[in-house]
Design a protein around this ligand. Structure first.
Ligand code: FAD
Length: 464
């Protein structure tokens, strides 16, 4: 039998691993491990954990719906996977690949133990549209892409040529097994998923995709930044948890004429997944740059939406209340925290990781690095978004601010964007200070350690 472990693939359609298992003709035992290192009590109460557990409950229902078994256990994957593989005499362990440092460390350890036991491990690419390593081989470059535009050009070519349509193997084609009772009892989860089920319907991801294509896709390019209108897909939470595969998304869109601007966003997703594999500093920039001179003086005001800058406070209020925030406002709030408030990006990253319903360690880090002007193809340190100007440009009537900050409702369309008298910083002065600080911070790191490979000044001009 084959042991299959679900992770960021909370679905039963377009599962490359299912196709692989079906080809072996063997029965399979399907597992989800509630790992306390990821789903601790704090996260299970926050938007990010609640959404993930809701989607996991949906996965469990899908298995039941198809008359199959998803075995749910709680504990350390490094301990549980080899043990179950041994007890059930697995001939192979299979899972989809994941590239965060935690996942890499966990999977290396599982691999080593299985290797000692003589049980092969097979990992299959699932998360990106273009697998980073395959794309790298296809591009035939010595060094990886560091700039988005040339990456996007090659990525488009690759995806056009090698697009893998969704896998057609169904869960019903497999013979799933039930976990040994003593193991099940030993690793029984401390809670039932029932209370997380909420109102996530089984068809929710696909329905949302269909609605987006019908209602919003035609105007996406023009309206995506008009955040008061909610003009984007809202699919990121489904895509990141794997409740909806990117291949299913692209397969549905192939004949759509207005597809390209939206697909470009999916390319950004792949660009960050690619960086997580090829940029050795991607998860290390806080050690490369000396951030110790930055501080947390106004961090709590930012987190609670009490900075006195209306658009920042409105966006943080939406995040705290709902777990959502539009992309443009993620950039605005992230730049405001890292630049105007001079806080280390890691503080904001941790907040978003906990609070966003679509929290994803790779994309979240990518967004924070971009906003903090650190990492590949990031915003230049001297280009700092002015939150008031952003608000006036993208939501001239201030509808979004009024929606989230009732206290601002009575103000004119002009005044609604203005900083309040008690604002924690002066925008102009704090911008000038941020430019000085980041200029020094970047120069110091480069003088101390050298320019990170592929960044301006590294002498790497292989991007075109
Ligand atoms: C500081 C910061 C933190 C972020 N943290 C996350 C995060 O934890 N999880 C997450 O999914 N996205 C994150 N993003 C990216 C982006 O904000 C969201 O993907 C987007 O807002 C999701 O809304 P949507 O599904 O309606 O997107 P759409 O506009 O409909 O885009 C379609 C899909 O493309 C991808 N995408 C869109 N914009 C980006 C982008 N800028 N970077 C990478 N992929 C993108 C997503 O998968 C998204 O679902 C972050 C951005 C910033 C600036």
């Amino acid at each position: 039998m084959i042991l299959f472990v679900h992770r960021k693939d909370l679905r039963v359609t377009d599962m490359p691993a299912f196709a692989y298992i079906a080809r072996t003709g063997l029965p399979s035992l399907h597992l989800f491990i509630l790992d306390p290192a990821i789903l601790n009590a704090e996260r299970a109460r926050a938007h990010s954990g609640l959404r993930f557990l809701g989607l996991l409950a949906r996965l469990q229902s899908l298995y039941r719906h198809h008359g199959q078994t998803l075995n749910l256990v709680c504990g350390t994957p490094e301990e549980i996977v080899p043990q179950i593989a041994l007890v059930h005499e697995a001939t192979e362990v299979v899972f989809h690949r994941d590239n965060t440092p935690y996942a890499r460390h966990r999977d290396t350890s599982i691999h080593e133990t299985l290797h000692r036991l003589g049980i092969p491990l097979t990992t299959i690419s699932d998360q990106p549209l273009a697998d980073p390593e395959e794309l790298h081989r296809y591009a035939g470059r010595q060094s990886p892409y560091k700039v988005f535009t040339p990456f996007y050009r090659k990525w488009s070519e690759f995806v056009h040529t090698y697009f893998q349509p969704p896998v057609t193997t169904r869960l019903a084609d497999l013979r799933t097994l039930v976990l040994d009772e003593s193991i099940r009892q030993r690793y029984a989860p401390p809670y039932s998923l029932e209370r997380f089920r909420g109102d996530v319907r089984l068809e929710a991801p696909e329905e949302r995709l269909e609605r987006f294509i019908a209602d919003k896709l035609p105007d996406y390019a023009q309206r995506r930044d008009s955040y008061a209108d909610d003009a984007t897909s809202g699919l990121s939470g489904y895509i990141n948890s794997g409740s909806l595969s990117v291949r299913t998304v692209c397969g549905k869109l192939l004949g759509e004429p207005d597809f390209e601007p939206w697909r470009r966003q999916l390319a950004w997703r792949d660009f960050y997944l690619y960086q997580s594999v090829f940029d050795p500093l991607f998860f290390e920039y806080e050690h490369y740059y000396d951030l110790s001179g930055l501080g947390d003086r106004h961090f709590e005001a930012w987190r609670k939406g009490r900075t006195g800058i209306p658009i920042v406070d409105a966006a943080m209020t939406q995040l705290n209340e709902t777990g959502s925030m539009p992309n443009r406002l993620r950039m605005v709030t992230a730049m405001f925290l890292t630049k105007n408030l001079l806080a280390p990006f890691t503080l904001g990253e941790q907040t978003f990781r906990m609070m966003l319903t679509d929290a994803d360690n790779v994309l979240n880090r990518g967004g924070w690095l971009w906003s903090a002007s650190l990492g590949y193809d990031a915003a230049p340190y001297f280009r700092i978004m002015n939150p008031v100007t952003q608000s006036e440009t993208w939501d001239p009537s201030g509808e979004y601010i009024r929606r989230w900050l009732p206290g601002q409702r009575g103000l004119s369309d002009r005044d609604v964007h203005r900083p309040l008298p008690h604002a924690v910083v002066d925008l102009k002065a704090s911008r000038a200070r941020a430019i000085e600080v980041y200029k020094r911070l970047i120069a110091e790191a480069r003088a101390r350690i050298g320019v990170p490979d592929g960044q301006p000044g590294s002498g790497d001009s292989a991007d075109e």
